[in-house]
Ligand binder design. Sequence first.
Ligand SMILES: [Zn+2]
Length: 261
Amino acid sequence: MLIDAHVHLDKYGDLLDDALREIEQKKIFTVATAMDAPSYAELTLIAESSPLVLPTFGVHPRRARQYAGRLREMDSLIEGSPAIGEIGLDFHWEKDTSTYPAQVKVLEYFFAAAREQNKFVNLHTKGGEKEILNLLEKYDVRRPIIHWYSGPLDILRAMIQYGCYFTVGVEVHHSDHIKAIANEIPDHLLLTETDNPGGLKWLKGELGMPSAIANVVETVAALRQSTPERIERLVYGNFARLIKDDPWLHDIQALLARPES
Ligand SMILES: [Zn+2]
């Protein structure tokens, strides 16, 4: 089974049915990360049509300003969500520095909840890698997934020490820095993602479908002198370990434990 650990399924629009069909046909377990409350509401509806889709609630750093003043109102969504994401910091694409305190406030709120509720988190770290590592330590967040890491290698190594999992995605086909990162991540912390439909669109101008995850696996395999089959199994095993004792994911544990057809 393929693992796409960071996807924006609610952004597929007219292509949603095609995307869901690919997910079913290729058996892609899909962590569907939300940008905000309306996005999470859509994802929970979408997830009703496939057991392979796990919707998770978060407030993206670029939406932080709208939510920083009403975080308490988010409690029921946070409690109802089986995991947390997309959350994080963006001090790179977000040029408006006046949003940064709101970003930190929102992230701290979600980190505290994730720790208390024992949920894995899906993190956007662009330009805020060091701050995120500090906050992971401060809140003792267990089981972070760092999505599309593209920051400095020294922070990457510190995050590896901390025990973060990392998704490698579609940029691995194009960027030497991402290739270096994909090589540096130890076997036991490696995950894969597409960040689609926007991931490929951002890179190549074409909308990315779920099956793009197979190309990521192929490229990662070639980089790591492995085979696609071995990388697929490795990532699958890593994700299964990440959620092994998760009190919120018994159904998924059972799904992943089933022998693959
Ligand atoms: Zn994302």
